[in-house]
Design a protein around this ligand. Structure first.
Ligand code: SAH
Ligand code: SF4
Length: 381
């Protein structure tokens, strides 16, 4: 019986997300020379080619073999939105009615791409739209690196002589990257590889809410920059905001950050501490002072993120004055402290607003919606 075309397609290996090492192993396994990996990688990631026929230095028999066994399948973009501030957001279809979101934030010569790692997130931080969606599944390495590929493609950035579209990547989209370890590490190795996107380790940042054992594992295999979602200076408050803190409290998390830095060859590296400021929750002067104290021994800089509102949340962004006061305490305590400007607010593309569309397996989104409706009804009474 003949196998239907769609099934053949599904059985093909997607080369888009394959690291150089894995592609060399794959090529050897199909009887080809491993050096071909470099040529194929350059076609895919330098020239944006997703069709073996156009890979003209491969020779016809190899192209025909690849055609039969493999594919270069980028994710399918279903929606593109442009903000008035130049931020662009894509909704990418990842099967089963699920969408994840990717955001490019242009800033002068710099283009920062915010990449998603999971469909939803299981960790349910109290201030995050993705967390309210529940969790569906991990993205594959192809779906992760595919977000970089499609962003460059979208701006014609693979054309000869065009300017660099993506200069920085932050794993700060939907999902907790350390809970999708293998695929995230494979995709990040393509971001760093000269035959991939050739970004320096300082320009690729993984942001985590603090999955301590995975952070230790990351230090063994990766050199990317680290951002830690701290958001509170003590365990009582942090456990309310970032529930995974109950499992891996602040002291353990900060010790793991130090171990990560110790594993890096380059001794001048620092961790970025992310702190989302929420009015009346974690934005008091006492919190700023406690934060300055708790971070005393860690080489770090601090990035304050004014809370970005979304429909299922009752939190409020602090006033400019409150943000400045918080900033001043940390700056006077000697920390390099920046305040992240919200970008792409008008298209729901700012930090924590990415929700995509998640066919939630955990039914969490339904619970959150019911609770929000109930709270709204109580306010109206
Ligand atoms: N899961 C990872 C990466 C994704 S979130 C993590 O938690 O680190 C990227 C950053 O945006 C994190 O620091 C996160 O805490 C922050 N964030 C989430 N929701 C936010 C919101 N509504 N407003 C501002 N920042 C938010
Ligand atoms: Fe998940 Fe990060 Fe959102 Fe927390 S802040 S729910 S870890 S995506």
């Amino acid at each position: 019986m003949e196998t239907p075309a769609a099934v053949v397609q599904q059985m093909k290996v997607n080369l888009l997300g394959m690291s150089r090492k894995n592609m060399e192993v794959y090529l050897t396994s199909i009887g080809e020379k491993p050096f071909r990996a470099q040529q194929i990688l350059k076609w895919i990631h330098h020239s944006g080619i997703d069709n073996f026929d156009e890979m003209t230095n491969l020779g016809k028999p190899l192209r025909a073999k690849l055609q039969e066994l493999a594919e270069v399948r980028p994710p399918n973009v279903v929606k593109q939105l442009d903000s008035i501030d130049g931020t662009r957001k894509w909704a990418v279809e990842v099967g089963g009615n699920n969408l994840v979101e990717t955001v490019l934030i242009p800033d002068g010569q710099r283009g920062t791409l915010c990449v998603s790692s999971q469909v939803g997130c299981s960790l349910d931080c109290s201030f995050c739209a993705t967390g309210k969606q529940g969790f569906m599944r991990d993205l594959t390495a192809s779906e992760i690196i595919g977000q970089v590929w499609l962003a460059i493609k979208s701006y014609g950035g693979f054309e000869a002589g065009s300017k660099r579209i993506v200069t920085n990547v932050v794993m700060m989209g939907m999902g907790e990257p350390l809970l999708n370890f293998d695929s995230v590490v494979e995709a990040m190795s393509l971001m760093l590889d000269d035959f991939g996107y050739g970004l320096s380790k300082r320009r690729v940042t993984l942001s985590t809410s603090g999955v301590v054992p995975m952070l230790d594992k990351l230090g063994d295999v990766s050199t990317v920059s680290l951002a830690i979602s701290l958001h509170a200076p003590n365990d009582a408050l942090r456990s309310e905001l970032v529930p995974i803190n109950k499992k891996y409290p602040i002291a353990e998390l900060l010790a793991a950050c130090q171990r990560y830095l110790d594993k890096q060859e380059d001794t001048h590296r620092v961790v970025t501490i992310e702190y989302t400021l929420i009015a009346g929750v974690n934005d008091g002067l006492e919190h700023a002072k406690e934060l300055a104290e708790v971070l005393r021994d860690l080489p770090c800089k601090i990035n304050l993120i004014p809370f970005n509102p979304f429909s299922l949340s009752n939190y409020v962004r602090p006033s400019k004055n409150a943000i400045n006061r918080f900033w001043l305490v940390l700056t006077e305590a000697g920390y390099v402290t920046t305040v992240r400007t919200p970008r792409g607010d008008d298209i729901d593309a700012a930090c924590g607003q990415l929700a995509g569309q998640v066919q939630d397996r955990t039914k969490r989104s339904e619970r959150h919606r019911q609770r929000a409706e109930l709270e709204q009804a109580i306010r109206l009474v």
